[in-house]
Design a protein. Sequence first.
Length: 258
Amino acid sequence: MHIFFSPRKKIAAQGAALVLAYLIVAWASVAAGLVSRSPLYDGLAGIPPYRWVNPPEERKDNNEKPQDEEFIVKVSTSGQADPGSISTSDGQMTLTFNYLPPVAEEYDFTLSITPLDPETLAPPPEGYYFDSNAYRLEATEDLFGAAVEGSFTSIMRFSVHGPQILALEDGAWTPVADPLMTDADLQVSADTSANGTYVAAGTGTRPPEQISTESFPWVSTVIGSVGLLLLLGAGGLAFVRRKDDGGPGPGFEGSALN
């Protein structure tokens, strides 16, 4: 039995097949741990390689160490912080100031962020692995040297897969409650103190960090784009045929959707 497909339907079928192939490749890549997000929408530069204090074996030849950083934050009498958040220059550690108590007079405080090797501080809890540097946060009022109190959120970049934040308490790492992971940005966040030491961590066995040599995901972009163009071309061809025929073309009897 021979089935005849019009040129429009052939183009649409080819486009749909390419789009489906892209989706299957993207899903398989994420499932296999090759990428942590859809490759078509990575952007022009993607996420830069993680900067380690003590890099894992696969990163020892191409690692750039992070630096200690210090920031001055101004607080109004209403407790409004300026700026409202602080991030390291490489974006690997961010602290947002959700709430600071009102005070009689404006004041400044200094926030120091120090990247450390978490292995030198304490071993990970059983079943966990470290997937970032440890970061020591120290927020103290400039006038009295008192620790800054309030409500804060730590946002930590991880290297492969770190859905948990651990806090160093009494010489041991302890999971922080209610972490929120954003896998597309390789970030995990949780409410923490502005004074403490934290690290992103995963469970099980840490997979090796994959560093892409391409700055743009050419293969997945070409596959997805060609598929979409073919689908648009099929729609354009159908429109031209309908216009030339002076009405609905083949396959459009009764409804433009048939």
